[in-house]
Design a protein around this ligand. Structure first.
Ligand SMILES: *[C@@H]1O[C@H](CO)[C@@H](O)[C@H](O)[C@H]1NC(C)=O
Length: 223
């Protein structure tokens, strides 16, 4: 291929890329959303007491019940709920996906051991409400860490990167809003290239596919 056709291909792909990014941005700004961060945080906060008095399992059970009442038909059924390891940014946690679409997700997240690493930069706003344990966040440019305790909500904005650290036994409820497929590359990167734990990759993709099918079924049903 000569230089000119190559240049033309490059320009075409760049233009398509820019159109795609602006198109998705426009869509994210215009569309209406099922969940909002305040409602999810409020549901999580309601069960902080249960988490400390009884157990995190009982508290998470109540969170799921409340979500099923408020967002009927949008939370995966019990048989599809699965705790899946997440290896990303050098840390290791575990998540239980409750809802996911192309623009939103709700999940339970945490770790049974101390773990630390890079938060990742996402095309999504992510909020975490802590039920038990301690979440440490070190923001870019800062020389101090911020400490989050049960009942606190951590906000992670689009494009932001922080250092994150969780004490053993930190469990939380997480809500993400943005272009969700873009967060998957980070969530799976360490499983692909570091741990090569392809079973975890499979579980993650499988549960995301199930959640997408639930949403597709819901919208076909309401038509
Ligand atoms: C993320 O949050 C910021 C600040 O609240 C907001 O301006 C922006 O639209 C949000 N982005 C998405 C994708 O929801």
């Amino acid at each position: 291929m000569g230089l000119l056709p190559r240049l033309r291909t490059l320009v075409t792909f760049s233009v398509l890329g820019v159109i795609l990014v602006f198109g998705i941005r426009y869509w994210l700004n215009q569309k209406s959303y099922l969940f909002d961060e305040k409602s999810i945080a409020a549901i999580a906060r309601k069960h902080v007491g249960t988490a400390s008095k009884k157990s995190i399992e009982v508290a998470f059970g109540h969170v799921v019940e409340d979500l099923r009442v408020k967002y009927k038909g949008h939370i995966l059924p019990d048989e599809d709920l699965q705790w899946v390891f997440v290896n990303a940014g050098g840390w290791m946690g575990s998540m239980c996906l409750l809802h996911a679409s192309l623009t939103e997700y709700v999940l339970l997240f945490g770790t049974a051991v101390d773990t630390t690493g890079h938060s990742g930069r996402y095309w999504a706003n992510i909020t975490d409400t802590v039920l038990t344990g301690t979440f440490y966040q070190w923001q870019e440019g800062s020389l101090k860490r911020v400490v989050y305790k049960p009942g606190d909500t951590v906000f992670h904005a689009v494009g932001e990167a922080t250092s994150v650290s969780w004490a053993a036994g930190t469990w939380m409820v997480e809500y993400g809003r943005g272009f969700i497929p873009s967060t998957l590359t980070f969530a799976l990167a360490d499983s692909f290239f570091s741990t090569t734990d392809l079973l975890t990759v499979f579980y993650t993709v499988k549960v995301y596919a199930k959640a997408l099918l639930l949403e597709a079924g819901f919208y076909i049903g309401t038509w």
